[in-house]
Design a binder for this molecule. Sequence first.
Ligand SMILES: [Zn+2]
Length: 86
Amino acid sequence: MGIVDEALAAGEPLLTCAWCGEDFERENRMGHPATYCSHAHRQRAYEARRMARDTGISYDKAAAIVRRRWLPVRIHPGFDKARIYK
Ligand SMILES: [Zn+2]
C-alpha cells in the first residue's frame, strides 16, 4: 500500500503539487497547507517565479524553461544504462 492509498484509507485529504500536479499527502498538519510535494518542487517554482520577474516573461514560460532544464536529470540514468548494457 502506497502512501496515497494509505492516506485515502485514513480519509486524509490529498493535496496537489502546484509544480508537478501529482497528488501527495500532507505531512505536517501544523501551519498552512503545503503547496508542493517536495522541497525540490518548491525550489523550482521559486526559480520560475524569479526568472519571470527578472526577465519579464510570463510565469508559465519561465516554468516551461525550468522544467526542460531539470527533465534530462530525471531521464538520463535509465537511458544511458539501456544504451550501454543492451
Ligand atoms: Zn511536485
